[in-house]
Each structure stands twice: as C-alpha cells, then as structure tokens.
Design a protein around this ligand. Structure first.
Ligand code: CTP
Ligand code: CA
Length: 224
C-alpha cells in the first residue's frame, strides 16, 4: 500500500481484536505464559483504524504503546481476555483472535509465594482453558458478524489448518507456516487465509502490517 491513499473500506465497522499472550498465575509472582509480542494484533488494529474501522484492542501482556485512536483494554489471564472479548464482541461486526491463548492453566493459583522446601518441587496440576474463538464463533451477536482466527502449524500445514478452521467454526483462519516445510507452494508465502468455502488465499512474505492488510482484504470481501 506504501504511500498511496488508504481506502477507507472498513468505515462504519466495529472490530474487536485480541493481541499478545495470556498468562496464568502459579502464585503471586509466577505465571505460565508464552512469547507472543502482540505485534500482529497491534498491526491489525492500526491497519483497521487506517481503513476506517472503530477498533477495540484487547491486549494481553504486551509492551507496545497504545495505538492512538484505538480503545485498548489491558488483560492478563485467559479468563480476563475471554471476558473482555465477549464484551467487545457484543457490538462488533468483526472479531479477530490474534492472541496466543494459554491452552492450560493451574487448577488453582497458590495464595502465597511457593517456597523451596528441600524436598523438590511439587507438581502443578493443570486444567484446560475454554476455547474463546470457538465460543465467539458459536455465539455470534448477529448472524453476519465475521469471526477470524489465527494458527501456526507445522507438517501438513493446510490439512491442519482446514481441520482447525472446521473445529473452531470461524469464517477465516490465518494459518502461519512454522518450521522448514514449504507447504504453500512458493517461498514468498508465509501465511494462507482459509475459508469454509474451500478457498485458500496465500499471503506473500512481508511485514505484520502487510499480513494485517491481507486479512482485512479477506474480511472486506466477505462483508454483507
Ligand atoms: N484460541 C482461543 N482459545 C483458546 C486457544 C486458542 O480462542 N483456548 C484461539 C487463538 O487465539 C487462535 C486460534 O484459537 O486464534 C488457534 O489457536 P491454536 O493455539 O492454534 O488452537 P488450539 O485449539 O489451541 O490448538 P493446538 O492444540 O494446535 O494449540
Ligand atoms: Ca493452542
């Protein structure tokens, strides 16, 4: 898109985007988390804003400046992210789950800092978190609401992506290829946007902003 005038093709739309990675408390000072920076979600927010959308960004543990003009809601745990996304999705036309959600959380966080006892570490019992993307896909505020998910896959990337798209029930799944496989046909493709109609649109290698714009292109093509 470069310095060309930005087309405001998302004007009048409300979008809710999750970004970053959730953290699950082990005790008051420790957590289970992941390395997500939130940059892809922030790029989605910035590009949606530039294209005219009204943007809510639910940001899980990011260390990025709040984008001007975007309503940013900071969260930590998966439960907090789920609550904030449910609220934002209520009046959203498009919902994008770009956050890396912790699959598991400790059954209970210790109230006090866990101390060494000399007897070795106690195991931490985990339980599975709810699937927010599947929930938001299944309980849409309105039938025409679009729901977008992200996934990173290895091995048979397209088959894994198709299975995940079906399991989640979302309208678009942006599948990133990780590892060495060149499953997308050309070395320039680092992602593919899958839809339930069987379409798969390759996203050329590029910045997080260019991937974000490709996502909004796919969304814009599906708007009612
Ligand atoms: N996601 C979610 N809630 C979860 C886990 C994932 O909403 N508890 C969302 C992510 O934000 C992402 C999509 O689901 O948009 C795919 O995440 P991924 O981790 O690939 O899916 P999982 O169902 O957790 O499958 P896997 O076992 O491959 O990790
Ligand atoms: Ca997962």
């Amino acid at each position: 898109r470069g310095s060309a005038a930005v087309v405001r093709d998302l004007a009048g739309l409300r979008v809710a985007i999750s970004a970053g990675g959730t953290r699950e408390a082990i005790d008051p000072v420790r957590f289970i988390g992941n390395h997500s920076s939130g940059r892809q979600g922030y790029a989605l927010a910035a590009t949606a804003l530039a294209r005219g959308a009204e943007v809510t960004l639910v940001a899980a543990n990011t260390a990025l400046p709040d984008p001007a003009g975007v309503r940013t809601v900071p969260v930590r745990s998966t439960a907090e992210l789920a609550e904030a996304m449910r609220a934002a999705a209520r009046d959203a036309d498009v919902v994008v789950m770009a956050a890396a959600v912790a699959d598991f959380r400790p059954v209970a966080a210790a109230a006090s800092k866990i101390k060494k006892t000399g007897a070795g570490p106690a195991p931490i019992e985990l339980t599975e978190n709810p699937d927010i993307l599947a929930e938001l896909s299944a309980s849409r505020a309105k039938p025409e609401q679009l729901v977008v998910g992200f996934a990173a896959e290895t091995d048979d990337v397209l088959a894994n992506g198709r299975a995940k798209l079906a399991r989640k029930g979302c309208d678009l799944l942006v599948v990133n290829q990780v590892g060495d496989g060149r499953a997308f046909g050309t070395p320039d493709n680092e992602a593919v946007v899958l839809a339930p109609d069987g379409s798969s649109v390759p996203v050329p290698h590029g910045s997080k902003e260019s991937v974000a714009d490709a996502v909004w292109d796919a969304v814009a093509a599906r708007l009612p």
